[in-house]
Design a protein around this ligand. Structure first.
Ligand SMILES: *[C@@H]1O[C@H](CO)[C@@H](O)[C@H](O)[C@H]1NC(C)=O
Ligand SMILES: *[C@@H]1O[C@H](CO)[C@@H](O)[C@H](O)[C@H]1NC(C)=O
Ligand SMILES: *[C@@H]1O[C@H](CO)[C@@H](O)[C@H](O)[C@H]1NC(C)=O
Ligand SMILES: *[C@@H]1O[C@H](CO)[C@@H](O)[C@H](O)[C@H]1NC(C)=O
Length: 389
């Protein structure tokens, strides 16, 4: 009997889901989104960067050790926020665009354009300011161009009706625009002048997606960069007033992240006014991360929440000359650390953040646009889903 009903559900949904026959789970659970398209940087990169940029460290152990048991190009020990979102919806993990289709897989369940190191602004912006962009050329614009090239293969006619059922993740992006500037010695006052340009690049990308037919997008803000080991190491100071007393994070850097997030929120407000039919969801990565950093033990993390799991020593276990994947030691228990490699977070931290997005850290709440998303998480055990790279 059970078998028959499963088959009839399958048949019933077939016309709708023929485009993404992900798994029985997806067939039973889907109903909100049938695919995910993602743009961004290393926070969401599921394997593009190792195919096009110069960070080969991420292609080596211990990257990937926890969940995939091999490096996949994800900048973590395991799954990223985007992986948890995909699993919450019942979709397969989002395939990196640069993986191509040579292996017989295609992009009918979505595509991920995020590239580690990517900036929101194009390289020429930084060149014009006398800076170099040495990580990747794959800016948000270039990622959007790739999406437009792919689009005709996904829907030749009636694209905007089809795109109703696609979820777009636009970001996190912009963090590297500032990383480049901070690590090339620019002052925070100068870097603040880039923020309106970064935010406007993100806004333009969203606007363009809406014009193409996108209906629902999640737009994350920036993380609290003053809590990130690479920043804590580089901008270490003797002045107590530079630090937040509660967390030990660098206050002025966190203020900077909040400034970016405020301008991004304003931009999203304008976009919502101009496009009342689009659902533009802000994902508050800042507060979702701060909640863990303020009360690490409450979430199962250890005593020193700012130190990296995989690093080359020093007060925050970050050393530029001995980085993760290239000379660093890895801790024995990544799941009790928030920071993975001093720049990116552990799977354990990303999981808490992803769950936070289903709760209070999205505006409007994701659960409002997709009520089933929450039920799936509660009913099922993530970690038993089949994993792919
Ligand atoms: C970026 O583009 C320039 C010129 O097209 C090229 O020489 C360079 O190798 C590219 N850099 C990366 C990291 O892809
Ligand atoms: C918004 O949706 C309504 C109802 O579906 C439709 O009538 C209207 O044309 C849409 N507006 C835009 C700008 O797409
Ligand atoms: C960073 O790593 C290099 C190379 O292993 C080492 O020589 C140096 O002492 C380390 N610095 C700190 C602060 O641990
Ligand atoms: C996964 O499934 C197995 C067998 O059904 C079960 O024993 C285990 O508790 C589940 N959870 C995890 C996290 O593996």
């Amino acid at each position: 009997m059970a078998m028959t009903s499963a088959i009839s559900i399958f048949r019933f949904h077939l016309p709708l889901l023929a485009i993404c026959l992900a798994s029985i789970d997806a067939i039973l659970v889907a109903g909100c989104y049938i695919s995910i398209f993602s743009f961004g940087d290393s926070i969401a990169d599921t394997g593009n960067g190792i195919r096009c940029n110069q960070f080969d460290d991420v292609g080596r152990f211990p990257y990937g050790e926890t969940f995939f048991h091999h490096p996949t190009g994800r900048y973590s020990d395991g799954r990223l926020i985007i992986d948890f979102i995909a699993q919450d919806i019942g979709l397969p993990l989002v395939r990196p665009y640069l993986a191509g289709t040579d292996d017989g897989e295609d992009f009918t369940c979505g595509a991920n354009f995020a590239v580690g190191g990517a900036t929101a602004l194009d390289k020429k912006y930084f060149i014009s300011k006398g800076m170099d962009v040495y990580w990747t050329n794959n800016s948000l614009n270039i990622q959007l161009e790739s999406f437009k090239q792919l689009l005709p293969s996904l829907c030749s006619t009636d694209c905007s009706n089809r795109m109703n059922e696609w979820l777009f993740l636009v970001g996190e992006i912009g963090g590297n625009d500032y990383n480049h500037a901070f690590f090339q010695g620019r002052s925070v006052d100068e870097i603040k002048t880039f923020v309106p340009d970064v935010v406007s690049a993100i806004g333009s990308a969203i606007e363009e997606l809406i014009k193409l037919g996108a209906r629902t997008m999640i737009v994350p803000g920036n993380f609290p960069i003053g809590c990130i080991a690479i920043y804590l190491t580089r901008f270490q100071s003797d002045k107590r007033e530079d630090y937040e007393s509660e967390t030990g994070c660098i206050d002025w850097l966190n203020q900077f992240s909040m400034y970016h997030n405020r301008l991004l929120l304003d931009e999203l407000g304008h976009l919502r006014q101009r496009h009342p039919n689009a659902t533009i969801i802000y994902a508050n990565y800042y507060e979702a991360a701060m909640a863990i950093i303020r009360s690490p033990k409450e979430y199962g993390f250890g005593e020193s929440p700012l130190a990296a799991c995989c690093g080359g020593g020093g007060p925050y276990n970050f050393n530029n000359s001995a980085v993760c994947g290239n000379g660093a030691e890895v801790c024995s228990s990544p799941s009790s650390h928030i920071s993975w490699d001093g720049i990116h977070l552990t799977e354990a931290a990303y999981k808490v953040i992803a769950r936070g997005l289903l709760g209070t850290y999205t505006t409007p709440p994701i659960s409002q646009s997709c009520p089933k998303i929450q039920r799936y998480v509660l009913d099922s055990d993530y970690d038993n889903n089949s994993a792919s790279s």
